[in-house]
Every structure is written in C-alpha cells, then in structure tokens.
Design a protein around this ligand. Sequence first.
Ligand code: BDR
Ligand code: CA
Length: 309
Amino acid sequence: TLPVIVDCDPGHDDVFALWLAAGHPALDLRAVSTVGGNVALEHTSRNARIALTVAGVTGVPVAAGAAAPLVRELETAEWIHGENGLGGPELPEATVPLEARGATELIADTLLAAEEPVAIIATGPLTNVAILLRDRPELAPRIARIVWMGGSTERGNATPYAEFNAWVDPDALDLVVRSGVDFTMVGLNVTHRALVTQAVRDRLAATGTRTAAFGEELLEFFCRTNDEVFGMPDGPLHDPVAVAVLVAPEVVTLRRTRLDVELAGTETLGATSVDFDGMLRREPNAQVAVDLDVERFWGLVETAVANLA
Ligand code: BDR
Ligand code: CA
C-alpha cells in the first residue's frame, strides 16, 4: 500500500477523493490538509472532518492550511458547492478533530515520520504544497510525487481558458511545477469524462453503506448545480480522478510533456499551457492525464465506498 497525503478544499468531489484515498486498500492515507478554495478555509476544514467522520475514518490527522492564495485574493465557488461547501445533506457534527498544528507542519511531520517517500494528492488550489516547497525545500526528496486535480489541456471552467484550482492560485501552481518534484496534472480534459450518471449513482447507492447514502445526497445537489451552471446534469466528479492515478495507474493514461501556467494574461490568467507538440522546445517537466477508463474508475470509487462505514 502506498502512503499518501490528501490536500483538499471540500467541496463535493473532494469528499469522494478523500473516501477513495481512505477506503481503497491500495492506499494508506497518512494525513489530510485543507486549503481555502471552493469555500473559505473554515468550511473546507470542517467539511474534510465531516467527510472522514461519516466514513468512519479515525486516526488520520487533519490540519488547516492557507486561507488565501500566495499573492491573490481568494475566489470561491458557492454556486457549485453551496454556501457551506457541502450543499445537500444535513451535516453531522464532525467528531474527527482538527490538529493544533498547521497544514505545512502536518505534511512536514508526516513526510519525516514515513519510512519511504510519500505521495501528495492535491485536489484544490496548490497553496499549501507551494508553501511547503518554498519554506521546507529540504523535504522535496521525501515527496514521492505530487498528483494534482486541476488545469486542462482544453478549455477552462472558471474562465474560458482556466480551470478553477489553477485560476485560484496560479502562482502556487507555477512554484510547484518548477520545484522539480515529480508532478502530474489531472485536468478537465479527463475529469469531464468522470460523469455522475444515474447508473453511477445507483451503483454507489447499492453498496448500502452510510457513506454511500450521504454521498447520494451530495451528488444530487452537485448534479443540480452543475446542470444550472454548466448545463452538465451528470456532474463531473473531478477530484477522485487524481486519486485514481495512484490507486490503479492503468485507469488514467498519462503523457510526459511541458507544462506552464499563465501568470500575466489579461484574459487567460491560470490557463495551463500543455506543449504536447514540443513547440516551445522546453524540457518536459510534468505528466499530464490524457485518457480515463471510465468504467474501471467508477469501480474503484465503488470499492472504496463499500469498504467505508
Ligand atoms: C475543481 O474545482 C473545484 O470546484 C473542484 O472541487 C475541483 O477540485 C474542478 O475544477
Ligand atoms: Ca477540489
């Protein structure tokens, strides 16, 4: 089993990412950190703890990180995720506690305590990961790889050309991509294939777990808002696709390429430039997801949800 840390901003799809990381036997979830993104940090931190509480996951430390991006103001996405970030179900009390230490401290401690390099799965703006690499560069060799949901090889979802996580903190993305740590981008070009169809919802509900029942209420809300905002009634469940890269590498096809992020554009801030054709004649610096085995992906999520409370 692969040791992993999940850095997230729950968010409906982040919850499923946490569940896949906690519930699938291929991964060993060592820590969870939260960042301001879909909603403010106080909400994402509580929501991460609720996600673990509902799933019956205990003993995984949760710490809050950056409330705002490295240099820009925080932009949030209440129109997709609701005012509290987890619109839909009635939210239970989070019995999983919040650590007194901050996110970068928790990640650093987790990396130092591990007997082997640990992978970081990031499903929100990369602010926490960037702060860690900026302030504790000596820890880079202890990070096995970073797999991030964000960006796109095609169009965006926050602006015409920028995906939300990239757009919220493009400076963090830039720092992380330049850090030299093995980096994988799982963007909208593949996550838009992870569609929550009625068949998917039936399949998850059939596991009969409390986690699945809570998840069904999340999905109902998420599909409704995705229909309203994007005309996608089968909402794309972005974040667990990044987790799938580590759970079952054969499910997500990756391509090695050059990746850069727009930091200065007047209309394209946060757009990811993916140079598949080598036009820029720069060294490849990342892996980018280009295909998804949709059936097997949902099988992984189903297995995880069935294993949880
Ligand atoms: C990403 O943005 C957030 O709203 C989702 O949780 C996901 O991480 C998709 O663009
Ligand atoms: Ca997210």
